[in-house]
Write a protein that binds this ligand. Sequence first.
Ligand code: NOJ
Length: 754
Amino acid sequence: MTAFPSPMRLLRSALVLLFPLFVAALRAAPAPSVDERVRDLLSRMTLEEKVGQLVQYSSREDMTGPASESSVTPQLEKGEVGSMLNVIGAAETRRWQKIAVEHSRLHIPLLFGLDVIHGYRTLFPIPLASASSWDMARIEQAEHVAAIEAAAAGIHWTFAPMVDIARDPRWGRIAESAGEDTFLGSAVARARVRGFQGDGSFGGTDRVLACAKHFAAYGAAQAGRDYFTTDVTERQLREVYLPPFRAAKEAGVATFMAAFNDLDGTPCSSNPFLLDRVLRGEWGFKGFVVSDWGSIEELRAHGNVADIRDAALKAFNAGLDMDMENGAFGPHVAEFVRAGKISQARLDQAVGAILAAKFRLGLFDDPYRFCDEARQEALLLNPQHLELARDLARRSCVLLKNKLDVLPLKASGLKVALVGPLADAPLDQVGTWHAKVDKKDTVTVRAALAQLYGADLHYARGCETQGDDRSGFAAARAAAAASDIVIAALGEDVFQSGESTSRTSLDFSGQQIALLEELHRAGKPIVLLVMAGRPLLLEKIEPLVDAILVPWHPGTMGGPAIADVLTGAHNPAGKLPVSWPRSVGQVPLFYAHKNSGRPEPLKPKDPYFSRYIDSPSTPQYPFGFGLSYTTFVYDRIRVSAPTLRDGGTLTVTAWVRNAGKRAGEEIVQFYVRDRVGSVTRPVRELKGFQKIELAAGEAREVSFQLAPADLAFWRADMSFGWEPGDFDVFIGPDATSTLTASFKLEEASAVAAN
Ligand code: NOJ
């Protein structure tokens, strides 16, 4: 009889034979790509589950009555919520994630989003302030720190950077912007996206998804009134407002947020021109677009749709992918898909982009990888983060006036009066959008100066930022009388800046001007600190003070940073990212304006030119302006050739010399003017900047490269390209520099649209 091997032996032999093949197969088959995983998941999802991914709720009480945990739980369990905002902290996010992942059929993790606008627990200076540093490396580092802290607290996605160009300080959200300029704004957009997202591979737990907002032209709200209509030409849109968004896209930004406003008659949340044609068509954006809070629902108030069903259809088909607190997509998208009014392809594109973001973050491999209490404990307010916050805050300070070198102050042995509502205001100092702020963390100006001057510091609040109360004036007067110098910390409180805080007056509010006048009567030198989220008018009060330093709302470490600058431990180098108006009547005010047909009188005393009869047209302080404790002298500007040709580059150089007695940093700026165009061109445009450090007496040649593509614009026929002709270049310390040279650009040709 032949003895047959037992089944177990047969199985073992088979396994031994097959194992190498199995290993080889494993080696050969690469891990599925994100696209493959998305396709696979989509193929297993029901229509309702897909629509669920398009829905985002807030965990906090709000006017629109958003979800409490109990009301949203049934939807979470069914897998019909894609994202939550305002769920904060490692433990909280873990709790919500658990419901979504453990109960839902396909275990799809939630995406947690939050407004981490200038830091999470360590608050950096507001974005308008950090833009004043013109320091892209440090802005990037600060956003990396913000990402590290937010990610340690369970957050996957920040609704930042806001890259809206802001030319109107009546608009409270100028505080969240990088100011008025497209070139600077684009550089800041890139730096901030890189800071949040790194290279976009999301391999670790120190990066979060970024969101370029508010798409688009939200900053151009008529009359500076928040949420109000925007009506700019397509040329202005493409030339001024869109480039920072394009820069964010090129830096790999994962998401966009549609703006609240209507633009040329179409609300941005249902705007196929913006969302479909420009963003996806022209720019090739592959991520997803979230609505702003309630902005789909608001299509009704805009008068663009009759009801919320209609709003859902219009917004979704225009290219909006995620519904932030509208109650529009959840109840209505499925019905439109069934009726064939929304295509399956469009649905899969939107859902696929949201799922892809979750895959890229590694949430399908470990939905809790960002919720780690130990990491949260170790990383929030880490001393290195605080040091960076202090460094960025002092680099964000702009010195506007320093009569007779009243600054820097002696760091000890001086009697100092510190007065004003911003001097010891832990929350106001941090400014708008303060994520996980804890007032205890803030080091105020008072606390920092007390460290230096001890009993010689005489503090008096003087007045509040708002209201009529002058009862604190007497104490302020006494403090001034007892001191050698007065520091007046005036500005805006946290409720006067940010979203929905448009103002018709840009004066220091309440009794602050009266307080300054009172202090002036004491006869001591006065240093004014402007601690605000926007430029406030200085024309009338400038003569009352000896020095003006603008730290804006400087964040957690604002106090020590300001002390560093006041005492000269740090030599200020910040430059204004906005033109500082003399009056509200001048706004919107920006340096890159057109020349007009009547820029100046044709003959002496001719009144018929572009001007005001009651004020100069120029700003109080120009874009790019900022003093140092040393002085820089510019000369010897030179272009490398008289002609720039298609395909070539030109080098423009100038010498900068530190003519003072101490080392300092200077932000050297490079502007161009296109003298004649098929459409009128701005009087000058920033095309480059460099931060240089010079020892006392040192001089350096600074150079900028220019290629024809840098001179491209939207021409009369709306093609994008340059035109031959004469150009002026300027190198200098601000937008009014007169150090100039010129060159000729030859041969026109089209370049890829910008
Ligand atoms: C409304 C704001 O416009 C937007 O910037 C913010 O991200 C959302 N609310 C969420 O808080």
